[in-house]
Design a protein around this ligand. Structure first.
Ligand SMILES: NC(=O)c1ccc[n+]([C@@H]2O[C@H](COP(=O)([O-])OP(=O)(O)OC[C@H]3O[C@@H](n4cnc5c(N)ncnc54)[C@H](O)[C@@H]3O)[C@@H](O)[C@H]2O)c1
Length: 395
């Protein structure tokens, strides 16, 4: 076989760091994808998004251990295929299964009996079994596995080797093959049944989403009474072990937590009050901030500036960022909206000095480290729900 591993979706936020890591462990890896624009950058040894520590290794492995392809025929050239494409929810917040079904149909001819097919995307529970059944119905005697990705975007290169790997398959042989693959990254391996592994990934993300929602709800309760939640948070968590993992309030967003909470809700016939409440609280935070600003200031005649548009600190990913939702609401409610982000290129954005000097209200959208030393002149209204600048969070 030409490759040890082929990664379908190998240019993505999850696929590329894994491809680089496996190549760095000596595997001959082919990253197969359909996005040529991104592929052109990777080919030159450039990371298409921020992933700390990845570019140095990419430059070493590209066209030596890591190869790129746009031709699905490469799937034939391996015994191990890892699939990591997006798994969104649709406009009714139901899981969108079409991308995976389409992928199997489109590339069916290239899969063969000797293969291990590892689903690494976060999937609606039961998908792995369906995928196995589809392959077997089509006469492909492949081993199908589900081995979830649990990295935090931006920190994959470190976490891929640090985090235990959860593996699951339908046969001992499938499981052994998964173990061999992921032992390249770590010896810390946990075996589950596929349905357990699917739920473990969703529970992990939804748990995090609920933690953020709890904090955001408490923040809003305190703020409704003009009390700074961070003074309470400090008292709750300082030298108090049982509360030390209490999350900080802030925009809880990104391409995973919301949609994975909705996948879990759909799996439980929409009987998921906790998940739906978390969604309403987290998604409602931008509206809450704007309504508070409207109560206290003549917002319609003011310029609002949003500093930080990425979905979390110190990365350039804007997918499902709540700063964009905030922008949309402010465009309706204020005189003018300015946006800035030190990592995201957008010709409509301004630099942070311009944003601060021209805005009546400065809202911190995401606490990128380099904003820490920014000084905001007296007289400006500052909204800092992260308490990043340490002057309190009351809106
Ligand atoms: N982003 C994260 O931090 C993270 C963490 C853990 C798990 N996940 C899960 O991983 C999965 C992928 O997320 P992502 O953020 O990497 O998405 P992404 O959009 O960054 O990457 C997906 C890649 O798949 C490619 N692709 C789509 N259809 C294809 C096809 N038919 N053939 C070949 N390539 C195709 C796209 O071009 C893209 O490069 C999702 O299920 C997500 O929930 C993401």
């Amino acid at each position: 076989m030409m490759y040890d591993t082929v990664i379908v979706g190998g240019f993505g936020h999850v696929g590329l760091p894994l491809a680089i890591s496996l190549a760095n462990k000596g595997q001959k890896v082919c990253a197969f994808d359909i996005n040529r624009e991104v592929g052109d950058l990777i080919e030159k040894g450039q990371m298409p998004f921020i992933e700390y520590g990845a570019e140095e290794i990419l430059k070493e492995v590209i066209n030596r251990q890591l190869f790129l392809s746009y031709d699905p025929k490469v799937i034939k050239e391996t015994n191990t295929v890892i699939v990591i494409i997006g798994t969104p929810v649709d406009q009714h917040l139901n899981p969108e299964l079409d991308p995976i079904i389409k992928l199997i149909h489109d590339y069916l001819d290239y899969f063969h009996d000797e293969q291990l097919i590892v689903l690494r995307s976060t999937v609606y529970p039961g998908t792995t079994e369906k995928v196995k059944n589809w392959f077997h119905q089509y006469g492909k005697k492949v081993d199908v596995a589900f081995c979830p990705e649990r990295i935090a975007e931006g920190y994959a290169m470190e976490e891929l080797q640090k985090l235990p790997q959860i593996i699951s398959s339908f046969s001992d042989k499938g499981l052994e093959r998964c173990r061999e693959l992921f032992q390249l990254l770590t010896d810390d391996i946990i075996c589950l049944e596929p349905i357990e592994a699917e739920l473990s990934k969703l529970f992990t993300n939804v748990w995090r989403y609920i933690k953020f929602a709890t904090s955001n709800q408490f923040f809003m309760i305190a703020n409704n009474h003009n009390v700074d939640f961070y003074r309470i948070l400090h008292a709750m968590t300082y030298n108090y072990k049982r509360a030390e993992d209490f999350a900080s309030p802030g925009f809880a967003a990104g391409p995973c937590l919301f949609k994975d909470s909705m996948q879990l809700a759909a799996f439980n016939n929409n009987n998921f009050f906790l998940g739906h409440s978390a969604m309403l609280i987290n998604e409602g935070l931008p509206n809450y901030i704007v309504s508070k600003l409207k109560e206290k200031h003549p917002l319609h005649s003011m310029t609002a500036g949003i500093l930080g548009m990425a979905f979390k600190a110190n990365i350039d990913d804007k997918r499902e960022s709540l700063s964009y939702k905030l922008k949309k609401i402010l465009m309706f409610e204020s005189k003018c909206v300015l946006c800035s982000d030190s990592y995201i290129e957008d010709e409509k954005f301004v630099d942070h000095d311009t944003l601060i000097s021209q805005s009546d209200i400065v809202i911190l959208g995401v606490p990128h480290t380099q904003y820490k030393t920014i000084t905001i002149p007296k007289g400006k209204i500052v909204v800092d729900i992260w308490n990043f600048w340490g002057n309190g969070s009351v809106v």
